[in-house]
Design a protein around this ligand. Structure first.
Ligand code: GLU
Length: 382
């Protein structure tokens, strides 16, 4: 689906990077925030549901606590987030209130989107805020998040939230105006890419590893976000937020990169599976099984060549081709120890090896999301 004016979208998630909201010397950029809130109010008045994912808690807390610009230890980041989040949420609430909008703070941890029950709970809360015409203002709960259990960047968090609440558009506002053929800071010949039909390995190679000083996510996490979003039917725009009224600027035609949503998006329960951030394990499968998966069948133990990771039954695992490219993701029907024992076996032999009558599939097709094949992606985008 081609790019449309923002007013054409029914539900928009807007992610705001720390570097836009917080000036390391002067603190919160109030005028800028006010101008963004005016854009939000305009879209909301036209009938759209708007959800904000706002970074800036750590950057703001660091400023308020006088921690300077040095690297912070985990406990210091957590403390900075505790201080900064109050100020951040307060500023959003005041600026939206001036425009007649009520806002609600939602702080999430990784488990809130990765565990199905909590995912449904978070989704219900945000839907209720929309029904009540309030603007959810979301951030990671950095005060309790530790390295192992955090998103770490708000790009992927925003994509997870956007698809959870079925946004039809995700806007990532940061200090870069979009995707270039190479990181522009390193390659002066880099060209701007205004539109991306599908996030192929070639597109991913354009991202490099760059990240700005204040935010954790570089172009790479933005493309990860794009994969989660577009796969679920959510379009994505990367745009610079460095000017006032950054959403209006997109519609005015200032440079931004548009990522088209998949024409065959996964839906509902499968959106949750496809967007899982960290698989608990990996199954390497043979070519016969790849063909079966692509024609809509379940993954049988017979096609599994190798089992990696310490997953439990019901965990999300990534299914890999022999060259380790990802073919699918799904909820596995066996613990890793049993999966190892039955990998490569015909269904008839499984009960004998395990000692109990077990499920035929390693991953049932209802619990499986197949990644579009590169050629199919091309067709879909053409
Ligand atoms: N959650 C972090 C904060 O509010 C920001 C993470 C990011 O920059 O992506 O400070």
């Amino acid at each position: 689906m081609a790019r449309q004016p923002l007013s054409a979208y029914r539900r928009i998630t807007v992610k705001v990077g720390s570097a836009l909201l917080v000036d390391p010397e002067r603190g919160l950029r109030r005028d800028w925030l006010a101008s963004l809130c005016a854009d939000v109010a305009g879209l909301s008045a036209a009938g759209a549901d708007i959800c904000v994912v706002s970074s800036g808690a750590i950057a703001l807390g660091r400023k308020l606590l006088g921690l300077g610009r040095r690297a912070l230890k985990l406990e210091e980041s957590q403390a900075a987030a505790a201080v900064g989040q109050i100020a951040l949420a307060g500023a959003w609430s005041e600026e939206l209130d001036r425009l007649g909008l009520v806002s609600g703070q939602v702080l999430v941890t990784l488990g809130d989107t990765e565990e199905r029950r909590r995912y449904l709970n978070a989704r219900a809360t945000i839907s209720t805020l929309f029904k009540l015409r309030a603007v959810p203002v979301i951030n990671e709960n950095d005060t309790v998040a530790t390295t192992e259990i955090r998103y770490g960047d708000n790009d992927r968090l925003a994509a997870r939230v956007a698809t959870m609440i079925q946004s039809d558009l995700l806007v990532l506002l940061s200090d870069i105006d979009g995707l270039y053929t190479a990181p522009p800071a390193r390659d002066p010949a880099a060209r701007f890419v205004p539109e991306v039909d599908a996030i192929t390995p070639e597109i991913e190679a354009m991202a490099g590893e760059a990240a700005s000083e204040l935010s954790r996510g570089g172009m790479r996490t933005k493309l990860d976000a794009g994969k989660i979003a577009t796969r679920a039917g959510t379009a994505m725009i990367i745009a610079s937020g460095t000017r006032l009224s950054p959403l209006a600027a997109i519609d005015r035609g200032e440079p931004s990169t548009f990522f088209a949503p998949s024409q065959t998006p996964v839906r509902g329960y499968k959106t949750w599976i496809a967007g899982q951030l960290e698989p608990a394990g990996w199954l390497v499968i043979d070519d016969g099984a790849i063909g079966a998966l692509r024609s809509g069948k379940s993954l049988l133990p017979a096609g599994v060549r190798a089992v990696e990771g310490g997953f439990a039954r019901g965990d999300t695992v990534a299914v890999l081709a022999p060259d380790r490219s990802e073919i699918a993701r799904g909820l596995v029907a066996y613990d890793a120890a049993d999966a190892v024992r039955i990998a490569g076996l015909k269904s008839a032999d499984i009960a004998r090896v395990l000692g109990y009558e077990a499920r035929a599939a390693m991953i049932h097709r209802d619990d499986l999301v197949v990644t579009p094949a590169p050629s199919a992606r091309k067709e879909a985008s053409g």
